[in-house]
Design a protein around this ligand. Structure first.
Ligand code: UFG
Length: 331
């Protein structure tokens, strides 16, 4: 099948694009390279550089059967500081994509949503029927897009699947996290082990959690990516289905640092700091629906495996190989 991957030069999008190529799909990546990297686009993909709002209709009209939509801004603290960037860059772009799908008759979409839509949950693990009450603009924009997908399924007969990611980490085949300004915990902790920073700040040590630091559900990017390929087969016309993607196990910031120490052999000093605005205390997924309906089985769910793969990427090996790999065909 020919598929469009928006944001396929980014972290999750590029890993999914590589798995789609490996599964025999014809993949077109559309990315404006605002945060993605040209060399992350997997060999075998056609690469189109540009904004979804300008280029999606023309790409879709060229025989595309389904869309996997990753192109978005995804940094929680940035969204708190500049919400307008998120309403335009996430909601505006997604509505334009849905309009392009409507005008070209493409009716299947898998959307990259987030656990941030739930805000501070009443119960963990979080199920898909939990109230949507985001505590930051990033989560609010993704919740708005989920709502738009429900309406488009009802009114226009598209088949949509939203995948709500918990905390993605790790790497596959030389594709890992590479943000110009890094804010995510795992890469920041590993930067300390690499000598790029002196210590890690613990953003809040007085949360109502066992050790006072925030608890998150970490999921390997390769497992996460596999769920997208399964979701493609579950885009049923007229239906919008939502799935949480997590391992169902929570780890505190201190526990993540501890595992990073074990994996890297570096002492990784920590410094207590103020809470970061917009952070919920604990986010842990119930992955039951994804397992039951998609048949999804995370295979790399140990935190030590996730961190070891991230470490291999950041400390050089696979990343250097990826940089040396043959570039994808452009147009
Ligand atoms: N943290 C620190 N120190 C740091 C960086 C992060 O203590 O230097 C803490 C944060 O405060 C948070 C935890 O580590 O408690 C994880 O923070 P990340 O920035 O790595 O990730 P978030 O939980 O903020 O957000 C991520 C994704 C979102 C997604 C969310 C869902 O970026 O898209 O997970 O769980 F919605």
């Amino acid at each position: 099948m020919k598929v469009l991957v928006t944001g396929g030069a980014g972290y999750v999008g590029s890993v999914v694009a590589a798995q789609l190529v490996a599964a025999g799909h014809e993949v077109v990546v559309l990315d404006d390279l605002s945060t993605g990297h040209r060399d992350a686009v997997p060999p075998g993909c056609t690469f189109v550089e540009g904004d979804v709002r300008d280029r999606a209709a023309e790409v879709l009209a060229d025989g595309v059967a389904a869309v996997l939509h990753f192109a978005a801004k995804s940094i929680v603290p940035e969204s708190v500081a500049h919400p307008e960037l998120y309403w335009g860059g996430n909601v505006g772009v997604s509505l334009a994509l849905l309009e392009a799908m409507r005008s070209t008759g493409v009716r299947r979409i898998v959307f990259s949503s987030t656990a941030a839509v739930y805000g501070e949950p009443e119960r963990v693990p979080i199920r898909e029927d939990a109230p949507v009450r985001p505590t930051n603009p990033y989560g609010a924009t993704k919740a708005a897009i989920d709502a738009a997908l429900t309406e488009h399924a009802r009114m226009h007969g598209i088949g949509a699947v939203s995948l709500r990611y918990f905390n993605v980490a790790g790497a596959q085949d030389g594709r890992g996290e590479r943000h110009a300004t890094e804010t995510h915990l795992v890469p920041l902790v590993l930067q300390v082990a690499l000598g790029g920073r002196e210590s890690v700040s613990l953003f809040g040590t007085d949360y109502p959690t066992p050790d006072g630091t925030c608890v998150r559900d970490y999921i390997h990017v390769a497992d996460l990516a596999e769920a997208h390929l399964l979701a493609l087969d579950h885009c049923v016309p007229g239906r919008h289905r939502i799935y949480n993607l997590g391992n169902g196990a929570g780890f505190s910031v201190r526990q993540v640092v501890e595992v990073c120490r074990a994996v890297t052999g570096h002492p990784i000093p920590v410094v207590p700091a103020d809470r970061r605005p917009g952070d919920p205390a604990a986010l842990v997924a119930s992955g039951e629906r994804a397992r039951a309906e998609l048949g999804w089985r995370p295979r790399r769910s140990e935190l030590a495996t996730i961190i070891a793969d991230a470490w291999a990427f950041h400390s050089g090996g696979p990343r250097a190989e990826a940089a040396a790999a043959r570039p994808a065909g452009g147009r």
